[in-house]
Design a protein around this ligand. Structure first.
Ligand SMILES: Cc1ncc(COP(=O)(O)O)c(C=O)c1O
Length: 382
């Protein structure tokens, strides 16, 4: 069978992936086959999945709305709770409206495939997420990738593509590198060159800026005219995605975005979790403050080991090069009780296999320090 041959090839190249069922104990701890592990890989940055207020809101929503929404949003799957979350997200991001999608992946696919078409050119940062690329490919536009965060390269490419409708796509926080895009400069360029500007802030939402409003807010960029994508699945402790933008964009998407129209809407308890997480963010500065403290602690420790660590965000890439090396380091760390899977191509470019270390608000200083010690030992061994 074709897939058996392909699987063998993946195995040989050390690119085959496996599922590892975990039994979660806390936002940063789990049992793996009965063994206690500390996780340094989750996107649950604020640990809100286990916050008492969020759990209580979910329990209340199950009792009131049931477990599932039962239909797509344009049929009967759109509840008052969905509308409340969409309104809150629009206010949180400073846009007129927002639209919920079943996942961040489907938000990007639905958005990009419906607003771009074969006559358009889309300029995309080289490190942008697969879901953005999939949406662009589905829409049939010409895809032009510029070097990561390189405005000079982008300007050069823009000068070669005039006379067509043009889009600019980047991430707020890059998911595998943890750095941020220069959004103020990009927004200025987008205005000057009349580009439609899209920012996927999956990893900035809840993490950066006042009350976790995201990377645009953190950099003081006015969201007017910018299309923002986000997820509920990371700092917001739930699942689902959203697009935030102006009235017409949202009305257009709910008429055209196929991943919105042809998929059952989010289960109400999941919506309730995200609403509650937003409330916590707006009312309680502590989770963000604890996350900041842990980011600084981990950044200092990594720097002391001679590893680059900007400490801008909770994501720290430890680039190891080959797939074999990344797998080895991950498995040695696993043996020491730390769960940080190796990230390999195509998630990251060839030759940059890595550990994507992420810290959250609930790690204790002891856990961070023990992880740093284990990482130092492991890197010496490999
Ligand atoms: C930058 C970025 N965009 C979109 C997504 C997709 O979001 P979700 O996991 O909610 O589908 C992810 C994460 O998986 C991401 O890292």
């Amino acid at each position: 069978m074709l897939w058996e041959i392909e699987l063998r090839k993946m195995e040989e190249k050390k690119l085959r992936r496996y599922l590892h069922p975990l039994l979660p104990l806390a936002p940063h701890r789990a049992l793996s086959r009965g063994r206690g592990m500390v996780l340094f890989c989750s996107n649950n940055y604020l640990g809100l999945t286990h916050h008492p207020r969020v759990i209580a809101a979910v329990q209340k929503a199950v009792a009131r709305f049931g477990t599932g929404s039962g239909a797509s949003p344009l049929i009967s799957g759109y509840t008052e709770l969905h509308q409340e979350l969409a309104d809150r997200l629009a206010r949180f991001k400073g846009t007129a409206r927002a639209l919920l999608f079943p996942s961040g992946y489907s938000a990007n696919v639905g958005l990009m495939s419906s607003i771009t078409g074969p006559k358009d050119v889309v300029f995309v940062d080289r490190f942008a997420h697969a879901s953005l690329l999939d949406g662009i490919k589905l829409g049939g536009a010409k895809l032009v990738r510029f070097r990561h965060n390189d405005i000079d390269h982008l300007e050069l490419l823009l000068s070669r593509h005039r006379g067509r409708r043009r889009f600019l796509v980047t991430e707020g926080v890059f998911s595998m590198d943890g750095d941020t895009a220069p959004l103020a400069e990009l927004a200025t360029l987008a205005r000057r060159e009349e580009l439609i500007f899209i920012v996927d802030d999956a990893h900035g939402t809840g993490v950066l800026g006042p009350q976790g409003r995201g990377t645009l807010a953190a950099q003081g960029v006015d969201p007017e005219g910018i299309i923002i994508v986000g997820t509920l699945s990371k700092a917001l402790a739930a699942a689902g995605g959203f697009v935030a933008g102006d009235e017409n964009l949202i009305d257009f998407l709910l008429n055209r975005a196929r991943s919105f129209i042809f998929s059952t809407s989010l289960p109400p308890p999941v919506v309730a979790a995200a609403i509650s997480a937003l409330r916590v963010l707006e009312e309680d500065p502590e989770p963000q403050a604890r996350l900041r403290a842990n980011i600084s602690r981990l950044a200092e420790g990594l720097k002391a080991l001679g590893l680059p660590a900007s400490g801008e965000t909770p994501i720290f890439p430890v680039v190891l090069g080959s797939e074999g090396r990344a797998l080895k380091v991950a498995s040695l760390l696993f043996a020491k009780g730390f769960y940080v899977p190796a990230i390999r191509p195509p998630t990251v470019p060839p030759g940059t296999a890595r550990l994507r270390v992420s810290v959250n608000a609930l790690h204790t200083p002891y856990e961070v320090n023990s992880f740093l010690k284990a990482l130092a030992e492991t890197l010496k061994e490999v």
